[in-house]
Every structure is written in C-alpha cells, then in structure tokens.
Design a protein around this ligand. Structure first.
Ligand SMILES: [Zn+2]
Ligand SMILES: [Zn+2]
Length: 347
C-alpha cells in the first residue's frame, strides 16, 4: 500500500479537509498516475454532502483527472512511465455483459465502478477520486491524452466533455441540424462548443440575459431568453435536438414544444425531484424525451482525440485545493466560467 495525500469530507456536514488515504500497489494491469489537475464537477458536491444518499465517508471526490504515469504493472501495454494519461468517471465494470462488450461500460448491467464512492470489484473497498496526489486503475480504464492542449482545460473533458459529446453523437447531430443547449454551466458550455464544431446551428436557451455575450463568445449562433414569452414562442417547433443540461428543478414541457416533428430532447442534468411530462407534448409531432449518462471508454477516447484535433478544451478557473470549499459555494451560485480545476501541485 502507498500513502497518498488527499482532500476528503469526513461527513455530510464537514468541509473538505486534508486526509491521507491508502492506494493499492500496482497490479499487473494497473497504471499509476501522479495527478496534475482535477476538475470540480457538481457530482462531487452532491456526493460529499450526501445529496444522492449512499455516500461512504471519508469521501474523496474528483473524476476529471489528468496526470503523468509514474509506474505501470508488468502486463501494461498502452502506457509507460512519463506518459500523459487521464481517468474519467469509471475505473472498472464487469467487462462481460452485453453493454460492456459494446464499449458502453457506463451502462454495465452488473454496475460500473465509479472513480469515487464506488466499490472495487475485488472487494477491496471504496474507490477514492482525484482530489489526491496519485491514483491507479486498470489500463483499460485509463485514457490517452494529447500534449497539444493545456492540461487544465482537458481535465473537464473527462466528465463535462463526454457527457455532452455522447448524446450529440448518439443522435447524429451535425450540419443542417438546429440544436438548442439548455443551461450555460459546466455541461452547457461544452455542449455549445461541441455542437458548433459538429456543424450544427446552435442556440443557447437561458433564463439569464447575462449569459448572452458568453454564449456568443463560445460560438452559439443564437440566444433565446426563455423567460421572454415572445422569444420562447419564436422557437416553437424549431429544434431538431435540445440538450438539457439543467440540474435545478424545471418544467420539461416548456421546452418540448420547441422541438420540431421527430425532434429529440436529451436530459443530462438530474433535477432532485421527478418532473411531470404532458404526453400530448410528445404525441403531437412524435417527439422523443431521452437521457444519457457520460460515455463508455471507447467513446471517451474518441472524444479526447476529437478535441485534440479540433483544439477544444473547457473554459476553466484554476484553484488551489485549499479553496475547494469556497469554490463549492461559488459553484452553487453559478459563479464560475465554466469549470473549477484544482492544481494538484497545491496539495
Ligand atoms: Zn462529473
Ligand atoms: Zn458490464
């Protein structure tokens, strides 16, 4: 076992604070990484405050991890010491079910192992995430990253990037499509960049007029202030696809009618309470309401390669790890453009 410095929550009501955890020694297929940057995802905050129930304490979150390989097991082929590498939301899955065989490990029928607050398949205990100096995983769950992009901007691609890339690819979004991105936060800003890069006409849907300038700067072609009845009406039956990134409570019906015939709205934000959907909003115009969860390993690698090729990174604010609690408060107020990323040299 190796002792690793980390930041952990000891309970749902205590702030994040320094803690030392133990990592296993590398197994033959393990890749061990010194973490350089780790993105701060809203799921981290939900987990440390036990807002989704089931948090095991101490909890060490973080699943947007980039770093450098320091050690590899004897059977590792993909990596060698000194390589750049990344770990996203998953560190293991059953690898045997139909979904795993298809490279859809995020939908593993036997349950994937999350990078944090997961249970190791070998029974060795809880997984600890990227708010730590070092991490290791089976090489199949470690991703290759390019040295062409700034690493701090790459980190959020591992969750925010793939969460928006996967549904856009699944629904084959591209040239000639009109796409609405609902919500401009960590997910939404990646949704805009990716949908624009795929050649779609992209409209930012937001209830906050202050987001218009930023949406345009990120590449959005249009902006609709959803609280303005006239502007909302102007996009009735308009979109081929809406990516709903909002995790605050909201009424899906207000957006479903913006879809044209056969249009699709995909949810990637998870509001705390169930939402009511009027069946008529789906029946008329044969619309689809769908969902999507992160992405599998092959698609995550494809996304990282695509972003390196097209020069796409997240807009980030780099923070010291000692400022993580304050950053959570700012994240709750939407006061971040658009992702906090921890510089792990500060741990
Ligand atoms: Zn995340
Ligand atoms: Zn599986």
């Amino acid at each position: 076992m190796t002792q690793t410095k980390a930041y952990a929550a000891q309970s749902a009501t205590t702030p994040m604070a320094p803690w030392t955890l133990e990592r296993r020694d590398p197994k033959p297929h393990d890749v061990q990484i010194d973490i350089l940057y780790c993105g701060v995802c809203h799921s981290d905050l939900h987990t440390v405050r036990n807002e989704w129930d089931g948090t095991i304490y101490p909890a060490v979150p973080g699943h947007e991890i980039v770093g450098r390989v320091t050690k590899v097991g004897s059977h590792v082929k993909k990596f060698k010491e000194g390589d750049l590498a990344a770990i996203g939301c998953l560190v293991d899955s059953c690898r045997e079910c139909d979904n795993c065989k298809e490279g859809l490990e995020q939908y593993c029928l036997n349950g994937f192992v999350g990078t944090y607050n997961g249970q190791e398949k070998d029974g060795s205990g809880v997984t600890y995430g990227g708010y730590s100096k070092q991490i290791l995983a089976h090489e199949d769950f470690v991703l290759t990253i390019s040295d062409k992009l700034p690493l701090e901007g790459v980190a959020p691609l591992l969750c925010a990037g793939i969460t928006t890339y996967s549904p856009l690819k699944h629904w084959k979004i591209g040239k000639g499509h009109k796409v609405g991105i609902l919500g401009l936060g960590g997910l939404g800003h990646m949704g805009v960049k990716l949908a624009v890069s795929f050649g779609a006409e992209v409209t930012m849907l937001s209830h906050s007029p202050s987001k218009e300038a930023d949406a345009k700067r990120l590449g959005a072609h249009k902006f609709v202030l959803t609280s303005d009845k006239e502007q909302a009406k102007a996009v009735h039956d308009y979109f081929d696809f809406i990516l709903d990134t909002v995790s605050a409570p909201h009424d899906y019906n207000n957006y479903l009618h913006m879809l044209k015939t056969d249009g699709v709205m995909t949810c990637v934000g998870a509001p705390p309470e169930p939402s009511q959907v009027a069946a008529f909003n789906l029946i008329f115009k044969r619309r689809t309401l769908a969902g999507s969860l992160i992405g599998g390993l092959p698609e995550t690698q494809e996304m990282l390669d695509y972003c390196a090729e097209h020069n796409i990174v997240s807009d980030v604010e780099v923070i010291d790890i000692k400022d993580i609690n304050e950053s959570y408060e700012r994240m709750l107020k939407g006061d971040v453009r658009y992702r906090f990323v921890i510089d792990m040299a500060t741990l």
